[in-house]
Write a protein that binds this ligand. Structure first.
Ligand code: PMP
Length: 418
């Protein structure tokens, strides 16, 4: 990793994964290297991080209940904020039981590793989040992958399983975070019902944005009743930290004792729970925020498409731009940063679709003129990158299934860094 990092920094001049924000001044504004930057690379979809009511709830809880729990939920860390929020959340996501974890990562670890036993099979979309893959590694279940959003392949994988279908759990996300594309949830639910297996949907990038009350894509599509386990996070539209797993299975509360990521870690602080309850109420009532978010998403996507930027044609708050060449992708990304716009740069293996991606995420609080300014900066950045000499072949970075091919010095034999 150290060699690979040095090679990347030598080749493209900096490491886009080591950006330091000096300050965060609003949901959409920060300061990087002394200069103000518009943030288009957060998951702050509804701009709730600076909401005064949410801030006030957190501050009140800190004053009244302290800054931390210093205990697990199964010990003395189970305060009113935790269980009252769980009840509200369960109603919101249309499930009987919701269990709050300290992060969304832990919610996936706990939900998957906590329900699967030896002899079970997890069938997972290949683009699923690292927390889902780590969860499967932690569980004794057998893992089978299906090609991203490929229903015929999912069907084929399920048809080839010898174990009883009651022992099979299909795992998908409703919105995939790096490309921003949606799972065909209605079709996946139909396949799950046809085969008689179980389904877990991670709604991390969907809750708050989809559905009339922000109750997620499965609710919007009317299939929430057929999703056996729902997981999600409070680190995106809620503007906080934390995660949850929810289900209507009558014994789902047992996850509190089988999920090590729940039992053997400290409960989230009361301030986060107090804030999450206000966030949830704002999300449920957030029709206008959602309208602005979708307007912004359409504006940015249409603007990119008009410039010939490769993006997917999907209804998503994530508007990813795809590049074939890492160097070009990096040049565009760094010119955008110089122009005062921060977005995420994703490289394989962390990106989906095997490509180099600049991931833009919109917030309900971005102004139309800020999106116009970003579009103009993108146009300039791409023209400048196209005007530069193509990267000499011996300096090009390629991707292989085993890693990035980075030549250490110009003219040297390229080598594969695993
Ligand atoms: N699931 C998905 C699909 C995610 O994108 C993320 C965060 N990137 C997580 C889970 C983990 O959430 P958290 O940040 O709350 O740990």
């Amino acid at each position: 990793m150290a060699r690979r990092r040095r090679g990347l920094v030598a080749l493209i001049g900096a490491n886009p994964l080591e950006i330091r924000l000096e300050r965060l001044t609003s949901p959409t504004d920060g300061v990087i290297a002394g200069r103000p930057v518009k943030l288009f690379g957060t998951n702050n979809y509804l701009g709730l991080t600076f909401d005064p009511d949410i801030q006030a709830a957190a501050i009140r809880a800190i004053r009244e209940e302290g800054v931390g729990t210093t205990a697990s939920r199964v010990a003395s860390g189970n305060l009113p904020g935790h269980y009252l929020f769980e009840e509200e959340l369960a109603r919101f996501v249309h499930k009987r039981t919701a269990i709050v974890f300290s992060t969304g990562f832990q919610a996936n670890l706990g939900a998957i590793a906590g329900v699967c036993q030896a002899g079970d099979v997890v069938v997972v979309d290949e683009d699923c989040h690292a927390s889902i893959y780590d969860a499967i590694k932690l569980s004794p279940a057998r893992k089978l992958k299906f090609r991203h959003n490929d229903l015929a392949h999912l069907r084929g994988v399920l048809a080839g399983i010898a174990e009883p279908m009651a022992r099979v759990l299909v795992v998908v996300e409703s919105v995939y975070s790096s490309a921003g594309d949606l799972a065909p949830l209605a079709e996946i639910v139909a396949i799950k019902k046809e085969f008689g297996c179980h389904l877990l949907v991670d709604e991390a990038h969907s809750l708050g944005m989809y559905g009339e009350r922000g109750d997620g894509l499965a609710a919007e599509l009317g299939v929430i009743g057929d999703v056996d386990i729902l997981t999600g996070t409070f680190s995106k539209s809620f503007g906080l930290i934390g995660g949850f797993a929810a289900s209507s299975h009558p014994d789902f509360y047992c996850l509190r004792y089988t999920a090590r990521a729940f039992m053997f870690t400290a409960a989230p602080p009361p301030s986060i729970m107090a804030a999450a309850r206000v966030s949830l109420a704002k999300i449920a009532a957030g029709t206008e925020r959602r309208a602005r978010l979708w307007q912004n998403s359409k504006h940015l996507r249409a603007g990119f498409q008009a410039q010939g930027v490769r993006t997917l044609d999907v209804r998503s708050p994530v508007v990813s731009a795809f590049f074939d060449d890492l160097t070009e992708c990096y040049q565009v990304w760094s010119r955008l940063l110089d122009a005062g716009f921060y977005a995420n740069m994703l490289m394989p293996p962390a990106s989906s679709h095997g490509g180099c991606i600049i991931r833009f995420s919109v917030c309900s609080e971005h102004k139309p003129e800020e999106i116009d300014a970003l579009l103009a900066a993108m146009h300039r950045a791409r023209s400048a990158a196209a005007g530069r000499e193509k990267t000499a072949p011996e300096r090009q970075v390629h991707f292989s299934p085993v890693g990035v091919v980075v030549p250490e010095t110009a003219g040297a034999e390229p080598r594969v860094e695993p």
